[in-house]
Design a protein around this ligand. Structure first.
Ligand SMILES: CC(C)(COP(=O)(O)OP(=O)(O)OC[C@H]1O[C@@H](n2cnc3c(N)ncnc32)[C@H](O)[C@@H]1OP(=O)(O)O)[C@@H](O)C(=O)NCCC(=O)NCCS
Length: 258
């Protein structure tokens, strides 16, 4: 961790090729992708030029994290698809990931967007907690093997299953979550993710255990979504295990168009 206070880290838009080149370096450090999976600097430039977002977190002059989003279009509405969020390992768990998302939200609202989406790995307990519990995103879509095979060691050779996080930027649920208040909703199911999943993914001898959790949770989440349920909460226990909580999220009560 840097010796600078956390609030000394500034978040601002990235605009130059040199800055986009730095995002490519960070991508390599954070995900360890091979060339075929790496987003080149020109795509960052395009994202920034066509109404997406490229925001950087600066420790002094050094960019130590970034968020990148592309504009999307669905059901007659424009929205933002946030493709990448990365913070260098030594700066993590100090609220920077959350601050980058808040900066994305502020910019998106200022430009008239209602919705930001992104995908995340349902086995990543930390990301699920950040997305659902801290930011107030909901989930009601599951895509098995979204990207096909991934060269990132973080994936542990498993299929790239992804959940779609929907962040209804101005909804009562999100504004409450950002104030640290949870919505009171009936929880209909809990779908658990053991904390050992991180070790299992990285250990070839125990990878099958991770695969079994992935398959079981894929079925449970898809079945819940087929019944019209959404992921409306996420819990962690003292051991670090996670659990998706499903319930009835009502778009009409949240100002959502979809
Ligand atoms: C995801 C990522 C950007 C988050 O950045 P960050 O600066 O660490 O995020 P924050 O500090 O704002 O929030 C992290 C939260 O997860 C919690 N957390 C940390 N480790 C955890 C774990 N093993 N299990 C559950 N929660 C965990 C933290 O306590 C914090 O929650 P809190 O604010 O309620 O205490 C960063 O971890 C990263 O770059 N990861 C690798 C790339 C990635 O997965 N990107 C996202 C998908 S595209």
């Amino acid at each position: 961790m840097s010796t600078r206070a956390e609030d000394a880290i500034e978040i601002r838009p990235l605009t130059t090729l040199e800055q986009f080149e730095r995002c490519v370096v960070l991508q390599l450090e954070v995900w360890g992708y091979s060339d075929g999976d790496l987003i080149p600097r020109r795509v960052f430039l395009v994202a920034q030029r066509i109404g997406g977002q490229v925001l950087g977190a600066f420790d002094g002059e050094t960019i130590i994290g970034f968020a990148m989003a592309l504009p999307g279009y669905r059901e007659g509405h424009a929205y933002l698809h946030s493709h990448m969020l990365a913070v260098l390992a030594e700066y993590r768990n100090a609220g920077l990931g959350r601050r980058l998302k808040l900066a994305q939200r502020e910019d998106a609202i200022a430009r008239g967007f209602d919705l930001m989406e992104w995908t995340f790995d349902p086995l990543e307990i930390k990301n699920a907690h950040l997305n659902i519990a801290r930011l107030g995103a909901i989930v009601r879509r599951y895509k098995p093997d979204f990207y096909g095979p991934s060269s990132s060691p973080l994936q542990g050779g498993l299929p790239t299953d992804r959940l779609y996080a929907e962040w209804w930027l101005r909804s009562p649920r999100v504004t409450k979550a950002l104030r640290g208040e949870a919505e009171t909703m009936d929880v209909l199911e809990r779908i658990a993710v053991p904390h050992s999943i991180y070790e299992w993914k990285q250990d070839p001898e125990r990878r099958d255990l991770a695969r079994q959790v992935q398959t079981a949770n894929r079925e449970a989440l898809q079945a819940a979504f087929d019944r019209g349920l959404s992921v409306v909460g996420y819990e962690r226990n003292a051991e670090g295990d996670g659990a998706f909580l499903t319930g009835r999220w009502k778009p009409e009560e949240q100002g959502a168009w979809s």
